[in-house]
Design a binder for this molecule. Structure first.
Ligand SMILES: Cc1cc2nc3c(=O)[nH]c(=O)nc-3n(C[C@H](O)[C@H](O)[C@H](O)COP(=O)(O)OP(=O)(O)OC[C@H]3O[C@@H](n4cnc5c(N)ncnc54)[C@H](O)[C@@H]3O)c2cc1C
Length: 213
């Protein structure tokens, strides 16, 4: 672990924050880093949300009021130090057609992939309870156009599917069985989505998951 200084921290929606620091390392879109403040507890893992050529590394996180690290991060200021690990992880995607499925802050690795230029041939489904939690939608929508599907379970909005992403997937009759499916977010979403995909004939080995536990 080594120390870097926060350049920005912005509350992008209620209890959701985007933290930035200058990038001085290479990474592959989809990878994670460990973050810590002090050494009281082990580092927590976070997907890098920014593109691989961007000047800054961006991390999107939800505040857990009763958690260890996120209250410390959420109250940090620009200029404060955090400890980071080198980037690592295999949740990376190639140029082939694929489906990307995210819940909540699980959009982060896909936002990184899109900013790194791998959006062509991808379909992105993002599920959230509230309309305010479609992070990066202003950047994603013009690039992915009709291949970007937002599913909102607690509110309705223009152009947004009303309901959980799992219901959306159950209703789709045309899910290809020969493409890879990348799932990222809560354990509940990943487990439920995996079951639906398997029930629709998608082979287990075509489902790649990153679970935020
Ligand atoms: C590969 C990976 C990538 C991730 N990427 C992201 C990301 O990009 N963005 C993001 O927001 N999160 C991400 N996470 C989750 C992140 O690592 C942290 O778990 C999260 O931010 C909470 O950290 P915390 O220290 O604030 O909470 P923690 O202290 O870890 O607590 C989390 C929750 O668990 C509860 N809890 C803690 N200990 C116990 C216990 N013993 N028994 C029962 N409940 C307990 C707490 O009350 C709290 O509600 C990722 C996780 C993984 C594994």
């Amino acid at each position: 672990m080594r120390s870097v200084k926060i350049t920005k921290i912005v509350e992008v929606a209620k209890d959701s924050f985007l933290l930035s620091f200058l990038r001085d390392f290479e990474f592959v879109a989809g990878q994670v880093i460990g973050i810590n403040i002090g050494v009281v507890q082990p580092a927590r893992l976070y997907s890098i949300a920014s593109g691989s050529s961007e000047e800054e590394i961006k991390i999107l996180f939800n505040l857990k009021d009763d958690g260890y690290l996120t209250p410390l991060l959420a109250s940090s200021k620009p200029g404060n130090s955090i400890q980071i690990s080198p980037p690592f992880g295999n949740f990376v995607c190639n140029e082939k057609e694929a489906w990307w499925i995210a819940s909540g802050t699980g959009i982060a690795p896909f936002a990184s992939m899109i900013s790194s230029g791998t959006a062509a041939g991808k379909t992105l489904i993002h599920g959230s309870r509230f309309l305010s939690n479609f992070y990066f939608q202003n950047e994603i929508a013009p690039i992915m156009k009709a291949s970007y599907i937002r599913c909102c379970s607690a509110e309705s909005g223009v152009g947004i599917y009303s309901g959980r992403l799992t219901r959306y997937l159950k209703e789709r009759e045309d899910l290809p069985t020969d493409k890879k499916y990348y799932l990222c977010g809560s354990a509940d979403m990943v487990v439920d989505t995996r079951d639906i995909l398997i029930s629709k004939g998608i082979p287990y080995e075509n489902i790649i998951a990153e679970i935020y536990f």
